[in-house]
Design a protein around this ligand. Structure first.
Ligand SMILES: *Cc1c(COP(=O)(O)O)cnc(C)c1O
Length: 402
């Protein structure tokens, strides 16, 4: 059904792909209709920054994948997170966030602090830590499903119950699992963010991000909605404000060509995820029994602290794993010895990529914060792709024997 979503609404010539619509502006025969579009009384397009038919078709696909109510697509995953928080929060509000965060999200939260939004970082693998941090002015709890690079799995279901009982927005970053492995709506998430750049797009050829409203949060109980956005039923207030205050006013809009790439990529999400997760499990198991690897971090391994939780919640254990090399091995030498695996910062590509995390994506954070996140200097993170498993295993074998 999701695969066929592009054919909704009898497209021109019976095309199977949603057309790439480059037009920035939209003409109306009846000027009254144009006014109604501006006033949210009629659906339609007014100006490319606020909406585009190709981008909208992608948003609908993600909404279907996440079994949500509605989505807004942005130029990148970071734009989706930043614009959403700036659209919904005000100075004096408080967020509780997982301490185990994507590096740029961590940096963004520091910026929010300078604008008067308080942020408390907690160990979100334990709901008690989240609960202890909730204050009178707490508005929102932010977690990732599987965290980068140590692969902690948040206490997703219990935090959902907590947010429900305390009336908090539960904002889940589903990028690492994607809707193919996990549906945050099943643990009562109110808002979901996916970096489309990663698994949903899957080919490393386009950036994009998406915020989905699951329909579970009661926007009626949220003081920060502007009156202008209350002219439809309350279920739509949040996503309307995200579209207007977030997408329209900050302007991080996705282009139609990128939306087309991401949409085509999304067609094979489930097949790619299966293969990548199988490869990741095989490589993680291989590394775990290898004498030159000190530690392996992967939710699919039985000694992972949240292995049982991951088994219960996710259909597979993800395609990211990290290793800590033995003391005698330089992580740069090891990376250079890999022939098939590429040293690269992206994740969710079809190709297997590796990165020395302390020296790159977590460098700016500083040694102290890295230590608190459990990131040693010799850690290498892998984003496992869909290559033949034999090829990957033999590349690891030769690189580790060097
Ligand atoms: C990559 C990533 C993001 C940001 O996505 P971009 O599309 O690169 O802006 C956010 N969260 C997680 C978990 C990510 O891996």
């Amino acid at each position: 059904m999701i695969l066929h979503a592009d054919r909704q609404g009898n497209p021109e010539h019976g095309v199977l792909h949603k057309a790439i619509h480059p037009s920035v502006a939209y003409g109306y025969d009846d000027a009254r209709e144009l006014a109604e579009v501006f006033q949210n009384k009629r659906s339609g397009f007014a100006y490319g920054r606020q909406g585009n038919p190709t981008v909208e078709a992608l948003a609908q696909k993600v909404t279907l994948m996440e079994q949500g109510l509605a989505s807004v697509v942005f130029a990148t995953g970071m734009a989706a997170i930043g614009s959403t928080l700036l659209a919904l929060l005000r100075a004096g509000d408080h967020i509780v966030s997982s301490a185990y965060l994507f590096g740029n999200t961590n940096s963004l939260f520091a910026t929010l602090k300078s604008f008067g939004v308080e942020v408390t970082f907690v160990d979100a693998t334990d709901v008690k830590q989240v609960e202890a941090a909730v204050q009178d002015n707490t508005r929102l709890v932010f977690v990732e499903t599987i965290a980068n690079p140590v692969t902690q799995v948040s206490d997703l279901a219990a935090i959902g119950d907590l947010c429900e009982s305390r009336g908090l927005i539960y904002f889940v970053d589903n990028t690492m699992t994607s809707p193919s492995l996990f549906l945050p709506v099943t643990v009562k998430a109110g808002l979901i963010i996916n970096s489309l750049t990663k698994y949903i797009g899957g080919h490393g050829n386009a950036l994009g991000g998406c915020v989905t409203d699951t329909g579970l949060f009661d926007w009626n109980s949220f003081d920060n909605i502007y009156d202008n956005y209350k002219n439809r039923e309350a279920a739509h207030w949040g996503i309307t404000q995200i579209r207007k205050k977030g997408l329209r006013d900050f302007g991080a809009s996705l282009g139609p060509e990128a939306a087309h790439h991401l949409s085509v990529g999304s067609e094979t999400l489930t097949m790619r995820m299966q293969k990548a997760c199988d490869n990741a499990l095989a490589l993680a198991e291989f590394c775990q029994q290898h004498a030159r690897v000190k530690n392996v971090f992967y939710p699919g391994l039985k000694n992972h602290p949240q292995h049982a939780r991951a088994t219960e919640l996710f259909s597979h254990y993800g395609a990211i794993f990290s290793i800590e090399l033995d003391d005698g091995i330089d992580c740069f030498d090891f990376l250079n010895a890999l022939e098939l695996v590429v040293s690269s910062s992206n994740l969710g590509d079809n190709r297997t990529l590796a990165i020395p995390v302390a020296h790159t994506i977590y460098f700016e954070m500083g040694a102290e914060r890295r230590a608190s996140m459990g990131i040693p200097d010799s850690m290498v993170r892998f984003s496992v792709g869909i290559e033949d498993q034999e090829d990957l295993l033999s590349d690891f074998t030769q690189a580790l024997s060097g």
